[in-house]
Design a binder for this molecule. Structure first.
Ligand SMILES: C[S@@+](CC[C@H](N)C(=O)[O-])C[C@H]1O[C@@H](n2cnc3c(N)ncnc32)[C@H](O)[C@@H]1O
Length: 343
């Protein structure tokens, strides 16, 4: 895929711009120091996947990321935030996981002085049970359905307000508010006082963000189709950047996505009146990305969570724990494809 040589403005609006080029150059030269309020991004990890993602590759990944980390530290305001959505990876040919995204987190904190404000997990209920060999054939691992999202900040006190991302109360909490709660000490020792009965109008969200990645008729996809282009293969749903843009920035703040792909971050910023800069090195991805800005209001209407998409359910463990006949565990841990007779 053709990569850009020198960064150049590819598209712009009154609020923001898409730059075609290498984000390292933009972070090191084009942006002013301490000028950015939020970086929200999903860096590539496919570049090491083909090599196997073992420990050596995890090491290579953090080395590759180092110049970006230098640039990110340079441009972020002290009270700003860096939010990195990063999927885990399997080690090739083996049912174990790479440590690369944890090593990245450790490097950012220990070498670049970032603080881990909080770790989030993006649960995608629509994830397929892969890798099939470990999950559906040998049945020795479970579905990998979460991405890690590292929320980092140059100081322990980034600007933030969780009320911006409040959620409707669950049915059980609504019932509790209606029927009243008896103040008592929990077995954990936590004192649950009367104030927990106070109806604040909305619930504080957990650090698990549930969004099914099932986009099929968004304005972006329609724009790609109309232009005869393939959609970006590794997009995040706009709900992911939107959660953090809402919680961590005010209108007029500057948001940057250095690995912009289809510019989902730019689309959200345009709608929420944040200033923004999206940087992408592959021009092909930007041809479709500009379609996001044909009609931002229509884009929101297409991606707004309707009632049908508002809640997901996950089964409590244990619903099938009684009565089922259990085969003994395989002594070889599934190393061989077929279960040996009597094992
Ligand atoms: C995981 S994708 C991001 C997808 C994006 N979040 C979206 O929703 O469309 C990572 C992107 O980073 C881009 N990229 C890789 N190296 C880059 C670099 N040095 N500068 C800018 N972009 C880069 C890749 O081309 C790819 O499109």
């Amino acid at each position: 895929m053709k990569r850009a040589d020198q960064p150049r403005t590819y598209w712009q609006s009154a609020r923001g711009a898409i730059v075609l080029g290498d984000a390292r150059q933009v972070l090191e030269q084009a942006l002013s120091p301490h000028s950015v309020d939020l970086v929200v991004t999903s860096p590539p990890f496919g570049l090491v996947r083909k090599k196997g993602y073992g420990n050596a590759d995890a090491h290579e990944y953090v080395e590759w990321f180092r110049p970006f980390a230098t640039g990110l530290r340079r441009v972020l305001r002290e009270t700003g935030s860096l939010v990195i959505d990063i999927g885990g990876a399997w080690i090739a040919g083996q049912p174990t996981r790479s440590l690369y995204h944890f090593k990245l987190l450790v490097m950012l904190c220990e070498e670049f002085g970032f603080h881990l404000a909080q770790e989030f997990y993006w649960w995608n209920p629509a994830r397929l049970p892969t890798p099939a060999e470990w999950v559906t054939v040998r049945r020795i691992r479970v579905k990998d359905a979460v991405n890690c999202i590292w929320w980092l900040s140059p100081t322990p006190w980034p600007r933030a307000d969780n009320r911006r991302v409040a959620q409707p109360y669950s049915a059980s909490m609504r019932q509790l508010l209606r029927n009243g709660y008896r103040a008592k000490k929990r077995p954990s020792g936590h004192d649950i006082s009367e104030k927990f009965r106070c109806d604040n109008g909305a619930a504080i969200p957990p650090n698990l963000i549930a969004v099914a990645h099932t986009e099929s008729n968004s304005a972006y996809l329609r724009a790609c189709k109309a232009r005869g282009l393939a959609a970006h293969p590794a997009r995040f749903p706009t709900d992911i950047p939107e959660f953090f843009i809402r919680m961590l920035t005010d209108p007029g703040d500057l948001v940057v996505d250095p690995f912009a792909g289809s510019c989902a971050t730019g689309e959200v910023c345009e709608r929420l009146d944040r200033r923004w800069l999206c940087v992408e090195v592959v021009e092909e991805y930007l041809r479709g990305a500009v379609g996001r800005f044909d009609s931002p209001a229509a884009a929101r209407a297409a991606s707004a969570p309707g009632e049908a998409r508002s809640h997901y359910q996950v089964a409590r463990p244990g619903l099938l724990w009684d009565g089922a006949r259990q085969e003994p565990l395989r002594a070889d841990g599934g190393r061989t494809r077929k279960r040996a007779k009597g094992k």
